[in-house]
Design a protein around this ligand. Structure first.
Ligand code: AMP
Ligand code: GLY
Length: 435
């Protein structure tokens, strides 16, 4: 099936490290498109025009795409997707990479997703759904601990409590239910290794990107509160056999289930997986690129990202999907270390002046997330996750060495980053995947 020529103008929606990574890859396409961003950040503004339209301003973004004659919109964050940005753009015949509000429900409602997983027998933790504390407490009493208590809706990573005692689980259930009468789910706690799998989906067709591993807790050794993600590496150490089991039992059935539910999904299905001793199990779906997974996954791709996003946005991915082996060139490792403001994910200062290193190790670069420029033109902190250091190397050890040398060279009084991104895998280097 033929698809129109690649777009000459692209709008990237969002302002994080993920969007800066997307900007780099898309601007680097052989098509050399004109790329604009909304709202972007200080680093993205050095590479592309940034417009001060907020990522959740749906009419503003549609008007911007129309007035700038944009041929493809690539949506980074989940909130505009859940608010129907893709639907609003498609209604104006503007192609977009990202699902409509129906597909975005797979991230915006954990109960909707759990029901879909159970209906299509896709492996996932057993769960109960509750709107009243008494019933939730009864379930907790009847099941072993630890249990996991989850808010149904979008909560920016703050709606999940892994409770090690029944009292803790009950308190979490009561607290989440008290927040406006929403429903919650409570599920069995799985143990194993977590993996992030980004899958580009267009209807029944999909392309699995190399697996990554995130580090969600704020502190070294997986301690402290959950965050949006403190660092990733790619590829995650998964054997070819394990990956094909994941494809057979999770990816293919998920894509088929979404199509069977008549959801026209054109975007990223990000599958959060737990690799348990009895096989892979779905923790969650997100319906967008991961942050900071994208930062370590995109450098691993052996194809033109814009061509794939464009094909998926047209619903014709099958015609343009490269073979899976094209996604893993050279067996290199990529590490992304998130440099955050001290205090994140709690309270933290904004407006600190940041000194960026004048030179970086080879194969190493910085991406911006929560940054701005002050009146004197200095780079300042403007969020919780502020910068990303991305480094590649012949192996994980070399990539880590480069990334940490660069992170150490950033001068900023409130700088904080985890020192152990990828450390647990050093003893078990990723197996080479066969092409
Ligand atoms: P979610 O947003 O559902 O992915 O949950 C956020 C984090 O909580 C996950 O990345 C896991 O670290 C943890 N988590 C969620 N569900 C479970 C589960 N059933 N068992 C163990 N850990 C879980
Ligand atoms: N890093 C996890 C996420 O993007 O939700």
């Amino acid at each position: 099936m033929s698809i129109p020529p690649l777009p000459s103008s692209v709008l990237i929606v969002g302002s994080g490290g993920r969007e800066h990574a997307l900007l780099r890859s898309i601007a680097g396409s052989h098509r050399k498109p004109r790329v604009i961003c909304a709202p972007g950040n200080a680093g993205m503004a050095e590479e592309a025009p940034c417009f001060s339209v907020a990522a959740d301003d749906i009419p503003g973004l549609v008007a911007l795409a129309a007035s700038e004659k944009i041929e493809l919109v690539v949506v980074g964050p989940e909130v505009p997707l859940a608010l129907g940005l893709a639907d609003a753009l498609r209604a104006k015949h503007i192609p977009v990479f990202g699902p409509g509000a129906d597909g975005a429900r797979l991230e915006a409602s954990k109960i909707f997703t759990k029901e879909l997983l159970l209906k299509y027998r896709i492996p996932t933790a057993a769960a109960g759904f509750f709107s009243e504390a008494a019933a939730a407490e009864k379930w907790i009493d009847a099941h072993p601990v630890p249990t996991v208590v989850k808010a149904d809706g979008l909560a920016a990573g703050k709606g999940v409590v892994v409770a090690s005692t029944r009292d803790e689980a009950k308190a979490a259930a009561r607290a989440l239910l008290a927040e406006g009468g929403k429903r919650i789910l409570i599920e069995e706690c799985l143990s194993g290794t977590e993996t992030s799998l980004l899958v580009i989906v267009a209807g029944p067709h999909y392309l699995i990107l190399p697996p990554a591993q995130d580090h969600k807790r704020a502190g070294d050794g997986d301690t402290g509160p959950n965050t949006g993600g403190m660092g990733t590496f790619c590829p995650a150490p998964i054997s070819t056999e394990a990956l094909s089991l994941i494809e057979r039992t999770v990816v293919k059935p998920s894509v088929e289930a979404i199509a069977a539910e008549a959801i026209d999904f054109r975007g990223v299905l990000f599958i959060g997986l737990m690799q348990t001793p009895s096989g892979p199990s779905v923790l969650e779906y997100n319906t967008r690129f991961g942050d900071p997974e994208t930062q370590s996954v995109l450098p691993q791709l052996g194809f033109d990202l814009l061509a794939i996003l464009w094909a998926a946005a047209q619903g014709h991915l099958a015609a343009h999907a490269p073979t899976a082996s094209a996604t893993t060139p050279g067996g290199e490792a990529v590490v992304c270390v998130v440099v955050a403001a001290k205090g994140y994910p709690g309270t933290y200062a904004k407006g600190d002046v940041i000194g960026l290193p004048s030179g970086l190790p080879s194969h190493t670069y910085l991406l911006h997330a929560g940054t701005a420029r002050n009146g004197s033109g200095q780079i300042t902190s403007n969020g919780g996750r502020v910068l990303n250091v991305v480094a590649s190397g012949k192996d994980l050890a070399e990539a880590r060495e480069r990334a940490y040398a660069a992170a150490d060279a950033i001068t900023w009084s409130n700088k904080y980053f985890r020192r152990d991104i990828g450390a647990s895998s050093l003893a078990n280097p990723p197996p080479r995947r066969q092409g």
